[in-house]
Design a binder for this molecule. Structure first.
Ligand code: ACO
Length: 316
């Protein structure tokens, strides 16, 4: 951007106003948004897989109907987000190619398996709980189309979180085997859910990288990763108590002085390993996504042909 447009952009950011698609913006701002929004969109559609795995095996018709609706919501979130990314001048087909080629990421959390029905409860409660904590501030993101998409996404995520809590609530009031299943799911999802917020913004585990400082200066991110993680822990401990679930962290305790819960060390080596493609389900997730894309090619071709036919009719 030229000097005058940079000034206009800086003034809008300083006044906490929204940047809209036609406004001038620095190239790095645009690139950062494309990276984050695309990664977010990819997470939504890859995130359909772990729970989709349980649709045929949900324990009742009611649970099946809820789960289908929930997984469909995630597809919808992906669509709003790809649309928001397209306002920045990229094509969604290109973004999907980058996902399939491994050039863009999706959330680390979706590389873990859903072994039992209780995992659907743990995902709703912990993963969607973490998603809300991270996404509510994004409703105030400086980029208008992303911020607006987040409002509806957050409303739906709140419902998802409650349905997860309710699955675990029911299991925790069931047989001993059901209680053990709920506890086991929480044991397996707790640490990966904490890692979802991203690496610490400073220190050894940050690996020197990190976009937080710049993204906060631009009003894209409103909080540092560690601050959101702390808020999440503080919110979840009382909920775990209500459920009767013991969170798998011996270091978890209230710190009167800080007014927050202290918690143990996250395994950042595991996080970086998962990001490099070496998590329990990375290969399976990407393979499934690629084959769904190929098998859906005829739908995209038909839709394009139909749109062209409609357009030529309008010209007649
Ligand atoms: N999974 C995969 N990659 C991650 C994760 C994660 N959980 N957290 C951080 N990273 C990556 C970043 O993409 C970045 O990679 P890069 O340097 O190669 O570009 C690197 O780790 C360093 O992280 P940050 O500097 O913290 O990166 P960023 O500023 O983008 O913050 C965050 C990461 C917090 C995830 C941010 O992108 C964000 O808020 N995204 C929107 C929310 C979202 O994507 N949610 C998806 C899961 S929720 C759901 O779908 C239900």
């Amino acid at each position: 951007v030229g000097e005058a447009s940079q000034g206009g952009f800086d003034a809008l950011i300083a006044a906490d106003q929204r940047i809209e698609p036609r406004d001038a913006m620095p190239e790095k701002y645009r690139e950062t948004l494309i990276r984050q929004i695309a990664q977010h969109a990819h997470s939504e559609i890859i995130g359909m897989q772990p729970e989709g795995n349980w649709i045929t095996r949900a324990p009742s018709l009611r649970r099946k109907a809820i789960l289908i609706a929930k997984v469909q919501d995630e597809a919808g979130h992906g669509l709003y987000l790809y649309s928001a990314a397209e306002t920045l001048g990229v094509d969604r087909a290109e973004l999907l190619d980058r996902l399939h080629d491994g050039k863009q990421k999706y959330s680390s959390i979706f590389n873990y398996p859903t072994l039992t029905w209780a995992d659907c409860g743990a995902i709703g409660w912990l993963v969607d709980g973490a998603a809300i904590m991270n996404q509510v501030p994004l409703c105030r993101c400086s980029y208008g189309p992303y911020a607006r998409a987040m409002i509806r996404v957050c409303k739906e995520e709140s419902f998802h979180q409650r349905q997860g809590f309710e699955i675990l609530w029911t299991l925790m009031r069931g047989t001993e085997a059901q209680q053990a299943m709920a506890q086991d799911a929480a044991d397996r999802w707790w640490w990966p859910a904490l890692a979802m917020f991203g690496p610490p913004d400073t220190g050894e585990a940050a690996k020197g990288g990190g976009h937080t400082e710049q993204s906060m200066a631009w009003g894209i991110k409103r909080f540092a990763n560690d601050d959101l993680r702390q808020k999440f822990v503080d919110m979840m401990v009382p909920q775990a108590d209500k459920l009767g679930i013991v969170l798998p962290d011996p270091d978890l305790r209230w710190n009167e002085e800080r007014g927050h819960y202290d918690f143990g060390e996250i395994d950042w080596d595991e996080f970086w390993r998962v990001l490099r493609g070496d998590g329990p389900c990375n290969a399976e997730r990407i393979e499934h996504r690629r084959s769904a894309h190929e098998e859906g090619a005829w739908v995209r071709e038909a839709a394009t042909a139909y749109a062209a036919k409609q357009a030529s009719r309008r010209q007649e």
